[in-house]
Design a binder for this molecule. Structure first.
Ligand code: GLU
Length: 422
């Protein structure tokens, strides 16, 4: 098994190239990022000392539009991880057919160990370091693992500050700067500060739309049991959405430390209260404590990995009992595990389709910032639904045409759309 997500991405690409007999030069183009930026920047800590942090911004592919993708704050961020994630962003934007390319950023840090002020200075320091390579028409970052709307607000204001400084340096037109020159540089901002209504729930809601489409194809008519790995923004929102739909019962959730199970269903409000107060979901009254690997192997209908990469591997794929796997995380299944799941006739709704709702509403946010016209949540969700349903149909047709699983169907569709623009 490879723990290197970029190796997994390469294997994926080579599989597509073989299947559609892709010209070698196109494969070569797709195998390397257009630009890799590594930065090292100082941050003043609360004790008055400076500490250097390492970060990345990968600009993988821009043939379909400006680079687009989140920024991750995590101790395990690495060049290869960010590279894989930026490649998947390019593929994701192509699957939902929005005019954006693929990028991704990350800082090697454990944000849980920082105070709020340190986190703010880290966010500002990172923007200072990548200022030159981002912008509304160049590269548009967004939230990812352990970053959120607050972090985006700090970042976009830092970007604005630097933009004004730059402008004053060049001309006498002091402070004359248009909102559309800085505000659309980041998406996933707070509502009321340039953010789009519906952005926070968008990844989960997009996943819900494609899940519904797949259920129509597969006809499950009883109460559907669900286990969700991860209670970050995405995991929490999908668990909430499914709990509010009478067809589903969420029987298990987990965080990075451990999980909880209750056959009759889990009350999400209690879970979040527990997480906030105790720091972990485990210990929640009336539930049974389970490990993350037990959660993945539960006898449920639907499994939703909504945390990080490489969770379903060749070591546990045979033990997965869920019939449908809705990949709301990026890269949760390794290629070896994929083959096992395929042989076991499991339906994997692949990440680049399942979690593309987030970047789709980021695209809507970018448009709203540029036009300076803000949409209702109803409008956002309706437009998201149209895009996700169409993407599901396109992926489904692609997989039928090539007689492959949905992941390969999505990969082929994305590669064909990207290659057309090279
Ligand atoms: N980080 C999210 C993703 O992996 C969202 C990216 C974006 O909105 O640009 O899809």
């Amino acid at each position: 098994m490879s723990n290197n997500p970029f190796k997994n991405a390469v294997e994926q690409l080579e599989g597509v190239a073989k299947l559609i007999k892709l010209d070698k030069i196109y494969l070569e183009v797709l195998l390397c990022p257009e630009r890799m930026v590594e930065v090292n920047f100082p941050v003043k800590m609360d004790n008055g000392r400076m500490k250097i942090f390492q970060g990345f911004r990968m600009q993988y592919n821009s043939v379909r539009g400006p680079y687009k993708g989140g920024i991750r704050f995590h101790p395990e961020v690495s060049e290869d991880e960010v590279k894989a994630l930026s490649f998947w962003m390019a593929m994701k934007c192509a699957v939902v057919n929005i005019p954006l390319g693929g990028g991704k950023g990350g800082v090697v840090v454990d944000p849980k160990k920082l105070s709020k002020n340190e986190l703010k200075r880290l966010s500002q320091g990172y923007v200072k370091a990548i200022f030159d390579v981002i912008g509304p028409d160049k590269d548009i970052p967004a939230p990812d693992v352990y970053t959120n709307a607050q972090v985006m607000d700090w970042m976009v204001l830092e970007y604005k500050k630097l933009k004004i400084k730059n402008q004053n340096y060049r001309s006498k037109s002091k402070n004359k700067i248009n909102d559309k020159d800085w505000l659309p540089t980041f998406t996933g901002k707070p509502v009321g500060k340039g953010g789009s209504k519906g952005r926070e729930k968008a990844t989960a809601l997009g996943g819900y739309f494609v899940l519904n489409e797949s259920l129509k194809k597969n006809k499950i008519n009883k109460k559907i049991t669900v286990a969700v790995q991860g209670v970050g923004n995405v995991g929490c929102n999908i668990a909430n959405i499914l709990s509010n739909d009478k067809r589903f019962v969420v029987v298990a959730v987990s965080d990075s430390r451990s999980g909880v199970f209750r056959k009759e269903g889990i009350n999400l409000e209690d879970v979040m209260k527990q997480k906030k107060e105790v720091g972990t979901v485990s210990g929640l009254a009336g539930t049974k404590k389970i490990t993350n690997s037990e959660l993945l192997e539960l006898d449920v209908d639907i499994l939703v990995p909504a945390a990080i990469e490489n969770q379903i591997t060749k070591d546990n794929a045979r033990k997965i009992k869920a019939n449908i796997i809705l990949e709301l995380a990026n890269g949760p299944t390794t290629p070896e595990a994929d083959k096992i799941l395929f042989r076991k006739k499991k339906i994997v709704i692949p990440d680049i389709l399942a979690n593309a709702g987030g970047v789709t509403v980021s695209y809507f946010e970018w448009l709203q910032n540029i036009d300076n016209k803000y949409w209702s949540e109803e409008k956002v969700n309706k437009k998201l639904e149209v895009i996700m349903k169409k993407a599901f149909k396109d992926v489904w047709n692609s997989s039928k045409k090539h007689k492959v699983d949905l992941r390969m169907g999505a990969d082929v569709l994305a590669v064909e759309r990207i290659v057309k623009e090279i």
